[in-house]
Design a protein around this ligand. Structure first.
Ligand SMILES: [Fe+2]
Ligand SMILES: [Fe+2]
Length: 186
């Protein structure tokens, strides 16, 4: 329990530190670009630099760990890694909000305590709900159900309602496990 709490805090602190001065190399941007359709690329570019840096780190790690997947599964995993935090675009989230969110322990119920506070309420609420917000937008954009599900469940704490009749992606469990593991390590 203590170890889980410690690694959670360490993960969040690392994310906060990355928000200071994110750096991108030309090569990795070209690499990432190859996994994204034009609309997905536009969404990725709308993400805050800190979130893009984090997404690239998650994508690199997913790429390294995806050797057992089918080529299609690998493509989908990297795409999901690049877009999984797109829901954070729903507010202007600054370093103060990220730090406060860490201190609050990322618990939605605590973030809700700031509901209605000017400058704090919306960013904290978006941070707490970014997985669902991102999945809802992805569904509105008619992205594949598997990509919507990966965005929805990347924190592993909520399962969105599957819509439509398309069968579940055959590798969805492996994809989710790899995405969640990489996200927790970056
Ligand atoms: Fe996230
Ligand atoms: Fe993330």
């Amino acid at each position: 329990m203590k170890t889980a709490l410690f690694s959670r805090i360490r993960y969040r602190c690392r994310q906060v530190l990355q928000a200071w001065q994110p750096h991108f190399s030309e090569e990795e941007l070209v690499w990432a670009d190859a996994f994204l359709a034009p609309e997905e690329r536009a969404v990725f570019l709308e993400m805050a630099p800190a979130d893009r840096r984090h997404a690239l780190d998650v994508a690199h790690l997913c790429h390294r760990e995806s050797g057992e997947l089918s080529p299609e599964g690998q493509q989908l995993l990297i795409k999901a890694a690049l877009l999984h935090d797109m829901g954070k675009r729903n507010a202007s989230i600054g370093l103060v909000h990220r730090v406060l969110y860490v201190l609050l322990g990322s618990w939605p119920v605590k973030s809700q305590a700031f509901h209605g506070w000017p400058l704090l309420g919306k960013p904290l609420s978006v941070l707490a709900q970014h997985a669902s917000l991102g999945a809802q937008e992805a569904a509105r954009r008619r992205w594949t159900p598997a990509l919507v599900e990966l965005i929805q469940r990347h924190h592993g704490d909520c399962r969105g309602e599957r819509k439509g009749t398309e069968p579940e992606h055959p590798e969805i469990s492996e994809l989710l496990t790899l995405l969640q593991k990489a996200d927790n390590r970056c």
